[in-house]
Structures are given as structure tokens and as C-alpha cells.
Design a protein. Structure first.
Length: 155
């Protein structure tokens, strides 16, 4: 009887862990591999010791990405996160998971967002074409005057 209750507790614990893993944002379903350009951009940002093994899109437009890879030490993963945080093309890096493989090297999962392309600079305003109104040079009371209205007839 005690053995059955222990088995039941073990099964319940495993079921709870499985549900927690399914609900975890770390296991979001990828919609496909990221573009070659995006993957190359991320690989160029990788710090020494970091190897990017895969880059997947988590949404249809490639704005949210999940990066999987490995490193020699945890500090190298931390450095890579800092580089991503300061990168011009990416923002909001989030370390989802890090664990040691059989050789004791960290394997990681990072979620990052692609920055929106900056809006194009507004075109300079078109040159305002001034309407040229005539200016009249007139004499009034012995003085020279410039005015917008035609000169009054002289006497």
C-alpha cells in the first residue's frame, strides 16, 4: 500500500513538472528558422567562446527570435547577453534557460526581439514658393516710398 502511494506521488510530481514545462515561455513553438541575414547578424555579435547553433522565429514576421547555443563558460553567455542588449538591431534579450551538458559546458536558450527599423527621415519641406507681388516705387510729398499699391496719379 505504501509503495502504491509513493508511485502515485511520483507520477503526480512528474505530471506537475510536465505541465509547468508546457506552460513555460521557454518552450514557445517556433514558426521556422530565421533568415540567413538574421542568423549571420547574430553570429557576428557572438562573443568569443559562444557558438550559436540555431536561430528560430517565434512569430510570423521574425520580430521575436529564440537563439540556442553553447559556450565554454557561463560568463561568456553573460557577455553575449550584454552585447545583444547594446546591439543596434536587437533588443530585450532574455535568458530563458542555461544548463550544463555532459562535458560541463553551458547550453543556453535566449529570446531576443528585433528592433523596428527606424522610420525614414522626413523629406525636407518643399521650398515654399513665394508669390511675387509687385512693389511700387512712388514719390509722395517729396519722399521716395515703396508700396504694394500702385502709385497715386501725380498732379
Amino acid at each position: 500500500m505504501a509503495r502504491n502511494s509513493q508511485v502515485m506521488r511520483t507520477l503526480a510530481a512528474r505530471a506537475t513538472i510536465a505541465l509547468a514545462l508546457l506552460a513555460s515561455p521557454m518552450l514557445a513553438l517556433a514558426t521556422g528558422a530565421a533568415s540567413v541575414e538574421t542568423t549571420q547578424a547574430l553570429k557576428q555579435l557572438a562573443t568569443p567562446g559562444v557558438v550559436i547553433e540555431r536561430v528560430e522565429m517565434l512569430d510570423g514576421d521574425g520580430k521575436v527570435l529564440q537563439i540556442g547555443g553553447r559556450a565554454g563558460r557561463n560568463a561568456e553567455v553573460s557577455d553575449f547577453l550584454r552585447v545583444l542588449d547594446g546591439a543596434a538591431d536587437f533588443e530585450k534579450p532574455d535568458l530563458l534557460q542555461i544548463q550544463l551538458d555532459r562535458e560541463g559546458h553551458p547550453q543556453f536558450e535566449i529570446r531576443v526581439q528585433r528592433r523596428a527599423a527606424p522610420a525614414p527621415a522626413p523629406a525636407p519641406p518643399a521650398a515654399v514658393e513665394r508669390s511675387r507681388k509687385p512693389v511700387y516705387r512712388c514719390r509722395s510729398d517729396g519722399r521716395e516710398v515703396f508700396q504694394a499699391q500702385p502709385c497715386p496719379p501725380t498732379k
